[in-house]
Design a protein around this ligand. Structure first.
Ligand code: GCU
Length: 428
């Protein structure tokens, strides 16, 4: 018996070593993955104004400091999105009251945004729970590969927008055969069963994710302005995707299906960065969820753990504004760090989710951002509820929510269970 037990232990140990090896190799080389290698850094204080005044009340925060931080993020990190009001039209192009086995009603809406002779279509897919009293709260999400990939529902329109050439796609066109390929990331049935509507759109509808000098997508829509040269403070792609979330919110506000005061936004990875920025610039979003958002999202840049500012600006030169490149290997000179992005969500509930195997996104740095944002939440009488990073799979659901789960960079059923509990708790 003892031998069997020892054998089992040895096998578990070998398996653990093996998975550690795979996991270490999955991270790009030459970056920091050990806490002992993190440089000394000090964070800018979200409660000290540019003129040195200390914020002591929520009113002072709302009237002065919040705007200062928001403007710093616009000018130095994500870029300024156009303020111009342009024409937005909505058309419900399809509706089916017996969807998802009868539990939901499906709607597909085209949000047409026009400026002069240019226009852009955002396709919003909505499932709402049947047999519920309306209006309902909702999760508005942004997806990576097209609405047709979030569920195998054969009626979902296939995107006509540019898609990445991957898994055998060669011509940047979406395929019938990819229906449902990302469905494991979207617990749509659980969302519906919990009494929420689920809405999603494809990020490529708003801005194709490659660097074309900001000609296509939402940037192209504003090309007609009398501006020939982009400014260093102009918006990048993350700001464009966030702008797309706001255009979907414009539609949601017109539709009596939704409880307009209870709309949560959620995004994963680069789209988790997007959700955080959208929540900062558009206060209509009542709850904000960042899943494994990492560098330029929830993780503190000054730690230089995993992905760095230099690396992200080099691999993805179109995501941020030009000014952000000033902070390549120079993070400490940036007047903001990402805890201040989280603080812009206050006093609304915000959730930061990390994964143990996602060192590239710096789970600890994501947690420390939540800690760094807490003084702002405290002005409103709210907090995170812990001072140390919780153990894996031990979520905390204060006004700032946080968990680190086992597993890799991904969105899982476990993540969605937490988001639903968190929304149930904070959307009373
Ligand atoms: C890359 C990038 C990350 C990003 C991720 C994603 O790994 O370095 O910053 O979050 O892609 O969006 O999937």
């Amino acid at each position: 018996m003892e031998n069997v037990l020892l054998g089992k232990k040895a096998l578990n140990f070998i398996l653990l070593l093996f998975s550690l090896l795979i996991f270490v190799n999955a991270q790009p080389k030459g970056y920091i993955y050990e806490e002992s290698k993190v440089v000394n850094y000090s964070l800018p204080d979200p409660l000290i104004c540019n003129d040195g005044k200390k914020v002591g009340s929520k009113n002072f925060w709302n009237e002065k400091r919040r705007n200062e931080i928001l403007q710093l993020f616009k000018d130095e990190v994500y870029g300024n999105s156009p303020q111009k009001l342009i024409r937005t039209e909505f058309e419900v192009i399809e509706k089916e009251t017996v969807a998802l086995g009868g539990n939901a009603t499906r709607r597909q809406v085209v949000i047409k945004v026009s400026n002069a002779n240019r226009s852009l279509d955002i396709n919003l897919l909505i499932y709402s729970p049947n047999g519920m009293k309306f209006p309902v709260p909702a999760f508005l999400t942004i997806n990576f590969h097209g609405n047709h990939t979030v569920s195998s529902d054969p009626e979902i329109k296939i995107t006509q927008s540019w898609v990445r050439n991957r898994n055998g796609i060669k011509n940047n066109r979406a395929r019938e055969m990819d229906r449902g390929i990302s469905s494991s990331r979207w617990s749509i049935n659980q969302v519906i069963e919990s009494g929420y509507a689920f809405a999603t759109f494809y990020y490529g509808d708003v801005d194709p994710d490659f660097h074309d000098g900001f000609k296509n997508g939402a940037h192209g829509l504003f090309e007609t302005e009398i501006r020939t040269k982009r400014k260093d403070t102009d918006w990048g792609s993350i700001a464009a995707w966030a702008w797309g979330l706001s255009r979907c919110m414009d539609y949601i506000h017109e539709d009596s299906l939704f409880d307009h005061k209870q709309i949560a936004i959620m995004g994963h990875s680069r789209l988790g960065k997007t959700a955080l920025w959208a929540g900062a610039i558009d206060e209509r979003f009542a709850l904000i969820i960042s899943n494994n958002s990492g560098c330029g999202g929830a993780a503190l840049s000054r730690r230089r753990f995993g992905e760095t500012v230099k690396r992200i600006n080099t691999s993805f030169p179109h995501w941020f504004c030009e000014n952000y490149k000033k902070y390549n290997a120079n993070e400490e000179k940036c007047p903001v760090d990402q805890h201040m992005l989280i603080s812009l969500a206050a006093p609304r509930p915000v959730y930061i989710a990390s994964a143990e195997g996602d060192l590239w996104a710096d789970p600890k740095g994501e947690f420390l951002s939540a800690i760094g944002a807490e003084p702002v939440y405290k002005l409103f009488g709210y907090g995170l509820g812990v001072t140390e990073q919780p153990s894996v799979n031990e979520p905390v659901h204060g006004r700032i929510g946080y968990h680190i789960r086992t597993g890799k960079h991904d969105v899982t059923e476990y993540d969605w269970e937490q988001y639903l509990k968190f929304a149930d708790k904070h959307f009373e």
